[in-house]
Design a protein around this ligand. Sequence first.
Ligand SMILES: Cc1ncc(COP(=O)(O)O)c(C=O)c1O
Length: 392
Amino acid sequence: MISRSVAENLTKASWIRRMFEEGARLKQERGPDKIFDFTLGNPEIEPPPAVLAAARRVLESKEPHLHAYMPNAGHPKVREAVAKRVSAATGLPYTANHILMTVGAGAALNTVLKALLNPGDEVMTVAPFFVEYVYYAENHGGRLVVVQPKSDLTPDIAKLEAAITPKTRAIIVNSPNNPSGVIYPKSTFVELEALLGRATQPIVVISDEPYRALVFDDVEVPEVPPLVTRSIIATSWSKSLAIPGERIGYLAFSPRMPEAAALFEACTFTSRVLGFVNAPALWQWVVAEVGEQVIDVAPYREKRDLMYEGLTRIGYECVKPQGAFYVFPRTPIPDDVAFVRMLAEEGVLTVPGSGFGMPGHIRISLTVERDSVVRALPGFERAFRAARAARA
Ligand SMILES: Cc1ncc(COP(=O)(O)O)c(C=O)c1O
């Protein structure tokens, strides 16, 4: 009954899912207060009150047709408001016809990949990466090609260049990165633009940036469109407003891109026929009004500091995350899956780096209470020492 490809993907089963199930078992066995679950990237906080108030206003409004169908790309007024913000951030002349409202960033990526890919085409990305990219590329007959990063977990442009083939259609970059929290510097995009200039076919950079607003330490997240001619932003308010369940995001096609109008038209069609039809009307109105709001990032910064400093004191090697809400340390033994099991024995649940194209690491999600970070560190220490002792 089930298609071969889906059946195959199901047997591979996501690591996050597996750890979630393992966690449920351990919680039942030992009691939920003894288990520290760092597996899911689901914001634990509530949306800003202004966001909920705006949603209430839309629901109570007597204006007609607020909840009706609209142009498939989204309400023109909403797209205008988003275009204004993207223009202000990038200094480029985005209009409503460069913005397509989507059902979150996941739908944004699928919508654009469907518009771009012919069977067998390749989409490149840099490890570590959001594992759904594999399936998103496959959804549209494509194949994800994963390129290993430099030791600081930023893209290795020479390796990217070596991996380009006549079938390469797009490169997905994700900064601030899930799972590493690393922010790619401006030089990455300057080098990427030079590389694309040397390529023999047009290749588009898809900048997947749902974590853009979650940044610590006054670090700037470079705007991609001023640096890369052929760029498309795929993003959402899932993380910046802590509303991942509401499914609202957008695609922004750079006005610098010769194919912008054609891509906008193609994606308006693909978004419709993928069955999204349009992004949720209620949340379009909300983000048009209060989309510039951002959750308070201070608690995430504090948990990042506690976890990063705690782990490095124990002896873990780790690139310091500057954004998003993850920490991605190296494991003390090369087998990350075995190490995840050792941590689970200590009541600490994490996800193996193998699930993000980078074995020898674990992902720790900081969408937990501060207290859990503090109380889990001794478990991180015991597992570290046990792994080192077993190796010696
Ligand atoms: C890197 C990355 N891209 C895309 C998404 C999908 O975001 P959304 O919930 O807006 O579809 C996520 C969600 O965790 C993510 O981490």
